[in-house]
Design a protein around this ligand. Structure first.
Ligand code: NAG
Length: 352
């Protein structure tokens, strides 16, 4: 099928579901249950609602396409802070990344996280393996950081210039071109525009071209949407104006832009790990528009979610929403990912 037709059909189904979403679901209620979970009855973010799947489904044909997964331990994350990043905005993101390999503990302990934890969330991702039965690594570290605070490639980036941002960082050598263990995360501040940001993407992952960077390096870009489109990319911490009567949920670290980024970072990391060269785990027939393990569960954060609802999540004492714990007492709200054995979206805060 020519891509244009596929795109048309996709747009059509998206706009139909957007109409349905805005017409049918305008009311939010909070259903609090005795176990401390609550079910925010928020309508879905319209533009991704077609990708939500409630419960298990035999119709999702997630396939393995013979390529590698990120099985080398540890997975070295190289962070590029692009633009203006005050420390209070960096801290929750760094703590989140440091939580992937932090052990889960029954009681609060230094360097560990309470259950349900970020580490338990990643266990679903490490169920995926390649053709040699090598699983996605459970060990993830932040191996290097670089601040591109002078906007070396301007305040409006594209899918190609973001590779130049990585090339510049690698040339300056705050960290190596690590093509065995490395993944590169470019995080842009709230004043940086990106091609398709807000309209079609909140983040994306791909790999660099040897002609631009010298190597094939898996990377992801995620932007702080706080000033540009929080109602799109930091949902449910901000809500589109057409959802009259709905109230945004309070972000776990009190920063809608950053807390929204955390879930998008999780989304992109899960997909980078299981489909780093876009030839491993995805559903759909079109490799140029693969539906990957996090795409299948976008907008779903807890049990009973789907059909437009985010599912049962938790509230802290200050009324902030979360579904996983990290190190340093941090909490985060992170979308679920597709579990290949349950054939359903799952996460560590599932109520059995
Ligand atoms: C590794 O992947 C296989 C195949 O998906 C799975 O059965 C196994 O449970 C995974 N191992 C771990 C430790 O997650």
């Amino acid at each position: 099928m020519p891509p244009s037709l596929t795109t048309l059909l996709l747009l059509l189904s998206l706009s139909v579901s957007a109409l349905l979403a805005s017409a049918a679901q305008k009311i939010e209620t909070l259903r609090t249950t005795s176990n401390g979970h609550f079910n925010p009855q928020l309508p879905p973010r319209a533009f991704t609602s077609s990708k939500k799947f409630e419960g298990s489904s035999e119709f999702i044909n997630l396939k393995y396409h013979m390529g590698p997964v990120l099985s080398n331990a540890p997975i070295n994350i190289y962070l590029i802070w692009y633009g203006s990043w005050p420390k209070p905005k960096q801290a929750p993101i760094r703590d989140f990344l440091l939580s992937f390999s932090a052990p889960t503990s029954a009681t609060p302990r230094r360097g560990k996280a309470l259950s349900p934890s970020v580490e338990q969330w990643w266990r679903t991702v490490s169920l995926y393996a390649d053709q040699t039965n090598a699983n996605v690594s459970k060990s993830i570290i932040v191996a290097g950081e670089y601040s591109d605070s002078k906007y070396s490639h301007g305040k409006a980036l594209t899918r190609l210039t973001v590779q130049q941002v990585i090339a510049s960082a690698v040339q300056l050598a705050p960290f190596p071109a690590d093509h065995k263990h490395g993944i590169y995360l470019v995080l842009t501040s709230d004043d940086v525009a990106m091609q398709d940001f807000c309209r079609a993407v909140c983040g994306f992952h791909y790999f660099t071209f040897p002609s631009m960077v010298g190597y094939t390096l898996p990377y992801a870009w995620i932007g702080d949407s706080g000033k540009q489109c929080p109602e799109v990319c930091a949902y449910p911490f901000a809500i589109p104006s057409y959802m009259t009567g709905a109230r945004a949920l309070r972000a776990p670290n009190d920063d809608a832009g950053v807390d929204g980024m955390v879930s998008v970072i999780a989304h992109e990391l899960a997909e980078l790990a299981t489909n780093p060269l876009v030839n491993a785990w995805y559903a759909g027939e079109d490799p140029t528009a693969p539906t990957e393990i996090a795409d299948l569960c976008e907008g779903l954060y807890g049990s009973g979610g789907g059909g437009g609802y985010i599912g049962q999540v938790m509230l802290d004492r200050k009324g902030r929403t979360f579904n996983v714990n990290g190190i340093n007492g941090r909490r985060f709200l992170v979308q679920w990912v597709w579990n290949p054995f349950l054939k359903a979206c799952s996460g560590p805060n599932a109520l059995d």
